[in-house]
Design a protein around this ligand. Structure first.
Ligand code: SF4
Length: 548
């Protein structure tokens, strides 16, 4: 019995027509990882439901029997470092890495997912086309448009597909630089028939996604995932999960969530509620009541990160009764000033109360997440984080407390996209580690080096693709990236420019040809509101306000 035979499908794949378009749909990681991605499941099911496509799935460790001479090759791209596997899979399929080296004998290579929607530019050379935004309507629009030109030459296909709202064809845009290692001068379509920008697509329905396949081989065995909300209305100024996916949308309880959960419970007893801010669903209480009914006593319930001030005793109790032992909340900082800077509407009292409620409801542990290196953060702010954690420990003694901490990484389409990574962040992490260890609070720092690599990819432009090709050979450590930059010196800006520099708001951004949910003027307004909360520093003028 193969891995694929063990899957329980919650949709009916179509039988392919004789002239169906051969398609490979890949996830650039192992099967267990890919099949646990709700995004991958949904796109695969959407493609497999079409009788005009013949689809086979490809993972890094296994694949279905692959269609011969595929015309389309798609990648669901949700973790930055998986680019190495994208290149490996292209090599496996004997397809040139660069779009410009492919001809009519090669499939069109398309991609979508959070990494590409945020900033496609570091990967732009590897893709023929990129689907930007929600797949609900976009995917079918793409395939319908492809069917119209499937017998044409490559250029005709790409030009035709570029007319579909949300499809970005990087080769139809030319990027010019002030010098080989200088700033971007312009990003312009190659002729007047191509739109100057591509608008990210937003699905506005109230039926959200749910698993299309359940399998014991998933990373979370037999999990059935239900998307409760999409985006987050809180708009913390660094947060991609909020800004890039606005507006906040909720699945209707009666029309979407309950039918989806009932469908899932026919094949498994493990339910995962997904979304950036699940407990902010306006009918979340109703959902909890529904899941608390005695007939669901054997249901195992997992829930994505919740907002601190929505951790009630009732929520904790429901989770504890449904086999969850801990709850995860992102607090970012214990400093009121820092929370104002990032627009996190939260108080230390609410954090402490959440821990008290978690304990009272029967949970065994609470995982708090924070961040260092937030622009405007000072040493005294870190001390306040320490004090807040101690207060949580004291108020909910017996509850296991851990503090996971990352470094601030700038993300495109957010007000903080112009800020660089704080070079002292590693020292700050070390300081916290020392202080917390001596106070008996578990500390789980995220690697600073990994944050630097994330920032590089997050703010990279097309020139970065040469670095990515080299690091594929050198390995994915920060040292490998530094080595690649050294080798490519004077062919692109320094690593520091991408990662650590604050950028002027006048600067052309690599992703300027992608229109996100909010215009740049609104992001700048939010940025300035944030700067206003900083401590006054004599003679300090933010480099963000002026051109460099
Ligand atoms: S509450 Fe969480 S998900 Fe929502 S904007 Fe803030 S950081 Fe993002």
């Amino acid at each position: 019995m193969t891995v694929f035979d063990r899957e329980r499908l919650l949709f009916t794949p179509a039988s392919a027509e004789p002239d169906a378009v051969g398609t490979i749909f890949a996830f650039p990681n192992e099967y267990s990882v890919g099949i646990t991605s709700l995004g991958y499941q949904i796109v695969w099911a959407t493609l497999a439901r079409r009788s005009d496509l013949r689809v086979s799935r490809l993972f890094t460790d296994l694949h279905e029997p692959l269609v011969r001479s595929p015309q389309l090759l798609g990648f669901s791209f949700s973790w930055e470092l998986d680019y190495i596997n994208i290149l490996n899979l292209l090599e496996f399929l004997e397809i040139p890495f660069h779009s410009c080296d492919r001809d009519d004998s090669h499939p069109l290579v398309f991609g979508g997912g959070p990494v590409l929607t945020a900033n496609p530019e570091p990967f732009a050379n590897f893709f023929d086309l990129i689907l930007v935004g929600d797949g609900e309507n976009l995917l079918d629009d793409f395939i319908d448009a492809y069917q119209e030109v499937k017998n044409c030459d490559r250029q005709t296909k790409l030009r035709h597909l570029a007319r579909v709202p949300g499809i970005y064809v990087p080769s139809l845009y030319e990027v010019t630089y002030r010098s080989p290692d200088g700033q971007i001068q312009a990003i312009a379509p190659i002729d007047a028939t191509i739109s100057p920008t591509v608008q990210k697509q937003t699905y506005r329905g109230n039926v959200l996604s749910a698993s299309t396949v359940v399998t014991e081989k998933a990373a979370w065995e037999n999990i059935y995932m239900v998307e409760v909300v999409r985006s987050c209305p809180e708009m913390c100024r660094f947060c991609l999960a909020s800004y890039l996916t606005l507006p906040f949308r909720t699945a209707s309880l009666e029309g979407s969530l309950i039918p989806a959960i009932e469908k899932g419970l026919k094949v498994t007893n493990r339910i995962g509620l997904l979304g950036a801010s699940v407990t902010q669903h306006p009918e979340f209480e109703g959902l909890l009541d529904y899941l608390s009914r005695p007939q669901y006593d054997n249901v195992r319930l997992s829930i994505a990160s919740v907002r601190t001030n929505t951790v009630t005793e009732k929520l904790a109790k429901t989770l504890a009764q449904r086999d969850t032992r801990s709850i995860t909340i992102a607090v970012e900082s214990g400093s009121e000033k820092v929370r104002k800077i990032i627009n996190k509407k939260l108080t230390n009292e609410e954090i402490i109360q959440a821990a008290i409620n978690a304990k009272a409801g029967g949970l065994k542990a609470i995982k708090l997440y924070g961040m260092v290196g937030i622009p405007g953060e000072e040493d005294s702010d870190l001390e306040q984080t320490l004090e807040m954690l101690q207060a949580v420990k004291k108020a909910a003694s017996g509850l296991r407390i851990s503090f996971g901490c990352s470094t601030f990484v700038p993300k495109s389409h957010t007000p903080f996209q112009w800020f660089g990574v704080n070079k002292d962040a590693q020292k700050k992490l070390k300081w916290l580690e020392k202080q917390l260890r001596s106070r008996g609070i578990e500390f789980r720092p995220e690697s600073y080096n990994w944050s630097v690599i994330q920032a590089l990819i997050s703010r990279g432009d097309r020139r970065l693709s040469s670095v990515l090709e080299l690091t594929r050979q050198y390995g994915d450590s920060l040292g490998s990236y530094k080595r690649a930059f050294k080798e490519l010196k004077s062919k692109l800006p320094d690593l520091d420019d991408y990662v650590h520099s604050d950028w002027s708001t006048d600067k052309r951004l690599p992703w300027d040809c992608i229109e996100g949910p909010l215009p740049k003027t609104t992001l700048i307004k939010h940025l300035n509101e944030s700067i206003a909360w900083r401590s006054p520093v004599p003679n300090h003028q933010s480099p963000l306000i002026t051109s460099r």
